[in-house]
Write a protein that binds this ligand. Structure first.
Ligand code: HEM
Ligand code: NAG
Ligand code: NAG
Ligand code: NAG
Length: 332
């Protein structure tokens, strides 16, 4: 009698525990499925601005059709936004007599571009739905659409970032890695943003498109030995040892307007344009990953898109933080 009672009690207890366990598990699953990283979500504008995505895609398509390099410039803007106190549109704020922004920071001054294209995109989005879509989200979507437009992979962009009311030139100078960086410095810079070495190597593949100024690769082509000598010689014509600082050369000498894995193939034959590029294949710990990406474009595309989502979720302003700027160049 007492034995069977105990058995029954034990059974009930077991059921009770199972119920508790199940409800906790369900809560945990819900918690894990709910948008992480400050509540970004891919459906953020589905109800409030259903035309946002198609409007931005069409505007990027038009901008890239006018100038292919614009796809590279828009991709870079998102990177330089995210690495400075998170993806908050801070890079888009203009300097004024009483406001110092990020546009004139060393890595950006006379270098980042695409601000007019962003203005055009923003005004078309505002015409579709006023005051809803942030400039920070426009940069994230335009980066994706640019990569796709130049033949690269697509991915689902997480949304819901809000725009900062401030910017920091000093943080831009500190946090955006310079082209003189060593491999160790690159790993550390990305680590500070919560990005892995693999993320760093994959994101660097963005240099499969776009241009760099002579001032940023002069020392590499004149003074370094880990460069293909014919490649170095060919670059010197347009990048003299003094002068011509702003003369441009493609970051990917083979296919500057196609988003492919050619960047890694170039590194393997010592045809990286920047000192920092060639650091990824220089007998160090990044070599094997570069080799993988050079022979497997799908592996590169998979790791690049995953890393773009990670980079895009660096410290977003969400909820009631920040604002949705009316004009990307100035706080409301
Ligand atoms: C790994 C560290 C990186 C360094 C040191 C670096 C450095 C540079 C430099 C020096 C330039 C040329 C700028 C000029 O000469 O005016 C450049 C261009 C560019 N960078 Fe990076 N970059 C890095 C990572 C990235 C990442 C993560 C992305 C995007 C995901 C990116 C996208 C681009 C693009 C697309 C261009 C060409 C822009 C244009 O043609 O307008 N870079 N980068
Ligand atoms: C800059 O300062 C002037 C006067 O000191 C003020 O009138 C103006 O509104 C300020 N501009 C901004 C953008 O804060
Ligand atoms: C940015 O570049 C312009 C034009 O070359 C120059 O006059 C200005 O001093 C630079 N700004 C900073 C903060 O370095
Ligand atoms: C190359 O290195 C020498 C010696 O360190 C230096 O004087 C020169 O300015 C460097 N040239 C370039 C283009 O960086």
């Amino acid at each position: 009698m007492s034995n069977s009672l105990n058995l029954k009690q034990a059974k009930n207890l077991n059921i009770a525990f199972t119920k508790i366990f199940l409800s906790y598990s369900i809560a945990l699953v819900i918690l894990c499925l709910s948008p992480a990283n400050g509540q970004l979500s891919s459906t953020f504008y589905d109800k409030t601005c259903p035309k946002a995505m198609s409007t931005i895609k069409a505007a990027v398509k038009q901008a890239v059709a006018m100038e292919k390099r614009m796809g590279a410039s828009l991709l870079r803007l998102h990177f330089h936004d995210c690495f400075v106190n998170g993806c908050d549109g801070s890079i888009l704020l203009d300097d004024t007599p009483n406001f110092t922004g990020e546009k004139t920071a060393v890595p950006n001054n006379n270098s980042v571009r695409g601000f007019d294209a962003v203005d055009t995109i923003k005004s078309q989005v505002e015409a579709a739905c006023t005051g809803i879509v942030s400039c920070a989200d426009i940069l994230a979507i335009a980066a994706r659409d640019s990569v796709v437009e130049l033949g690269g992979p697509t991915w689902t962009v997480q949304l819901g970032r809000r725009d900062s009311r401030t910017a920091s030139r000093s943080a831009a100078n500190r946090n955006i890695p310079p082209p003189t960086s060593s491999l160790a410095a690159l790993i550390s810079s990305y680590g500070n943003q919560g990005l892995s070495t693999k993320d760093m190597i994959a994101l660097s593949g963005a240099h499969t498109i776009g241009q760099a100024r002579c001032t940023n690769f002069r020392a590499h082509i004149y003074n370094e030995t880990n460069i293909n000598s014919a490649f170095a010689t060919s670059l010197k014509a347009n990048c003299p040892s003094t002068g011509g600082d702003n003369n441009l050369s493609p970051l990917d000498v083979q296919s500057a307007t196609v988003f492919d894995n050619q960047y890694y193939i170039n590194l393997k034959s010592q045809k990286g344009l920047l000192h920092s590029d060639q650091q990824l294949f220089n007998g160090g710990s990044a070599d094997s990953q570069v080799t993988t990406f050079s022979t497997n474009q799908n592996a590169f595309f998979g790791d690049f898109t995953a890393a773009m989502v990670k980079m895009g979720s660096i410290k977003p302003l969400t909820g009631s933080k920040g604002e949705v700027r009316k004009n990307c160049r100035k706080p409301n």
